[in-house]
Design a protein around this ligand. Sequence first.
Ligand code: ZN
Length: 502
Amino acid sequence: MKIMRIIILLAVGMNIAVSQAFDAKNFYKAFDKYRLAPENLMLMRHAFVEQTLHKLCENSDILSMERVGTSVKGRSINMVSFGHGETRLLLWSQMHGNEPTATAALLAVFNYLNNHQDEPFIKQLLDRLSVHIIVMLNPDGAQVFRRRNAMGIDINRDARLLRSPEAQTLKAMKERINPQFGFNLHDMGGRETVGDTKKLLTIALMAPPFNRANEDSPTRVRAKKLVVYLKKILDEFMPGHLARYKADYMPRAFGDAMQNWGVSTVLIESGMHDGSDLHFVERMNFIALFAAFDAIAKDKLEHSDAKEYAAIPLEGPEVFDILISNALICNGDLIRPFRADIGVNRDATLINGRIEYNSSIEDIGDLDITTGLKVINGKNLIVTPGLIVSGTEETEVEKLLERGITTYVTGNGAAEKGKDAVRVRLSGKKILQLKSMPDGKLNLKELPVYTVDAAKAIGLKNTGRLQKEFIADLLIFRQADTGELDFKNLKYVIKNGRIVFP
Ligand SMILES: [Zn+2]
């Protein structure tokens, strides 16, 4: 009788376990259906997020929304809560305004919860957890897509002094909720790699230290266990692309402070994915968050080994957007051509609500410690700066690019006088008045005439030379035996860090 009862109980228990099991693949597939964020997260501002949260919470049986603070410029800081369990979680996203990935993933999490509230899996989370999520802690930074708040303070260095209202809000929520677990949600630059593998870093995790000696406490061990657990879940979708975030103890930072205050805190840093799935990193956040909720709700961390934490590879060097390896370089100065690698980066910034791209030649030399999102083997190639030309009758952008012209100047004789010169980017517009059009061939010795001198004459800064920190306007030729660069041999034109020809 007793045995029978135990068997029945076991069977019932197993049945529940099966029906309520966390299946990461389901969440992988479900993400697209519940995603609400705009395509380009640079354009996801506070007004959109606030409105979306209102919509999600208004008629929801499980989500509630509360304004818990106000930014320097008066924008609302909102917290979404769900669940009525004993274990309390506090999450905060986008304390750095230009780090929106987790905010986007959270909107999908809320949308999913609303649509699956009757599922046993979700019911169990709601029964066992009380989850509080501050969505977009730094709305003023997000508005202009900058890291810091409107005071110019990095909120993640304000955990001790609490000079910013945003940091005050986060600390106040920590005091009020007294969470056992904390989630510090960020984005990285996006070009980091994993260890020495040269593989792109997609997600970095960390259980931040709570003291300079980098010691363990029960609080931190729990966080380490969660990191180890999450790595196993994410490895299934992105093997080799997860690293341990590299940072020394920073008492000013919230992750470290929370750990010190007894909150088991995990840092999730979103990196980059080099593939066709534009929302892959958001998708990984979505999976990681549900996996974490599940693991905490069901005490799965007891089976996770904190010792494995140290074996997770640290983040490695950054890749370049474009790496041109081992090419012969004619840099626009009158020096002998030399062979080296060139690393080019291109970054987006928000200027008056518009996305603008700025490129630079990031490094020149032996760059074999890393790689590029795009790699050009320069073995039989010559790289020069793009040409700067004033005045010609040519008007077709494609024809200009075929001749290696990445910058042209309008206005009669402006290049000579250095006045009234207008730099116009090649963007498909019609071109007027170009004069000194190079013919089919360009002598290497003449190159500086078209680059350094021209740039100087018209007052252009940081263009016309192939030097570190200069704008990445580059021509890449197939190597010919003669000392000439024949435009028939032009292989690529890079304009402002992007390959625009062919
Ligand atoms: Zn950050």
